[in-house]
Design a protein around this ligand. Structure first.
Ligand code: A3P
Length: 325
């Protein structure tokens, strides 16, 4: 279906005719540069592209939704802001939800409210801004490459990502009583019609950039961090130029892993809160569900699994990225 988006005069004018598809909860997604966006994120993405200028010390956490963004926000904050005598009882992650502490470009900083835009000119005490984004590399690449900033990309296997997303969107206030049938969700996911999708193209865009510029982009997976969090905390520290050294480094890594674990973070009052978060019409606790690898097996039947695996084989394995099955 073709439609023309009419923007108000004080917003960015988009003259192109964009393809539109119904997604879930009576929401529409719009196709922009081969990816699908809800209208609000599309407008925000346009603003990011027009206005965001990364500086060399910026650390950008990029991800497709539901692949471990919240966890990585906590890990990056802890790795970058650690101090020799860290007092974890006073850690900002105790009193702040990770999403309030580390803003996302399109959902916090360049959304229609732009209420937190001042963050962009504020530097924390380590002189590093940690910013997150779901915008695909195919769209944001030129902006990211306009400075020496570092990018950490996290991904997760497609079936757990979809199940996590399926649970998440149904917690939305805007969902109403329109059910998002899992069968429909699987088909949409396989066809790439999902917010910031296609998932596969999103992952491949950042992966290719990591292969091209390994000093600039670090590509990690949810499953490998789960398997060996200490190794990845060390690796992220090295990648960001703040390596863990000596015995003290080993202790710091252990503390960060424990502090950022699902068990610990999901039990903090702020993260348990059913209050609506400041950036989405969703409760704070909706970002912490189960935090496990393989939960899709509790929801997807054999036919759904075969359908997703088929696309994974074609999209990932077919391009030499053996992941996701
Ligand atoms: P589940 O729905 O499978 O439980 P995102 O942060 O990108 O929105 O991803 C959310 C997923 O990460 C959810 O997965 C959530 O439970 C999980 N998660 C959140 N914090 C985590 C943590 N500290 N460790 C591991 N997983 C975490």
């Amino acid at each position: 279906m073709e439609t023309t988006l009419e923007m108000k005069s004080n917003q960015l004018v988009m003259t192109s005719s964009l393809q539109r598809q119904k997604w879930c909860a009576n929401q529409f997604l719009y196709k922009f540069q081969n990816f699908w966006f809800p209208l609000t994120y599309l407008e925000a993405t346009q603003k990011v592209l027009e206005n965001f200028k990364p500086v060399p010390k910026d650390v950008i956490l990029a991800s497709f939704p539901k692949t471990g963004t919240t966890w990585l926000k906590a890990l990056l904050h802890s790795i970058i802001n650690r101090s020799p005598k860290q007092d974890y009882n006073n850690n900002p992650l105790i009193s702040n939800h990770p999403h309030d502490l580390i803003p996302s470009l399109e959902t916090n900083l360049y959304d229609y409210n732009t209420k937190k835009t001042e963050f962009l000119s504020v530097k924390n005490h380590k002189d590093v801004r940690i910013l997150a984004t779901h915008i695909p590399h195919q769209i944001l690449g030129d902006v990211l490459n306009s400075s020496e900033c570092k990018v950490v990309y996290v991904t997760r296997n497609p079936k757990d990502t979809l199940i996590s997303l399926w649970h998440f969107v149904q917690k939305s206030k805007s969902f109403g009583d329109d059910p998002w049938e899992l069968e429909v969700a699987v088909d949409q996911f396989c066809n790439g019609i999902v917010l910031f999708g296609s998932y596969y193209d999103h992952v491949l865009g950042y992966r290719q950039e990591c292969l091209k510029r390994p000093q600039k982009v670090l590509f990690v997976t949810y499953e490998e961090i789960k398997e060996n969090p200490e190794y990845y905390v060390r690796k992220i520290g090295e990648f960001l130029g703040c390596p863990f050294e000596g015995e003290n480094g080993d202790v710091e890594i252990e503390e960060i892993v424990k502090f950022c674990s699902f068990e610990n973070l999901s039990n903090q009052e702020m993260n348990k809160s059913s209050e609506l978060s400041s950036m989405f019409p969703l409760p704070y606790n909706s970002f912490f569900r189960k935090g496990e690898v393989g939960d899709h097996m509790n929801y997807l039947d054999d036919e759904m699994i075969e359908k997703i695996d088929g696309v994974t084989r074609e999209k990932f394995h077919g391009t030499g990225f053996v992941y996701g099955i």
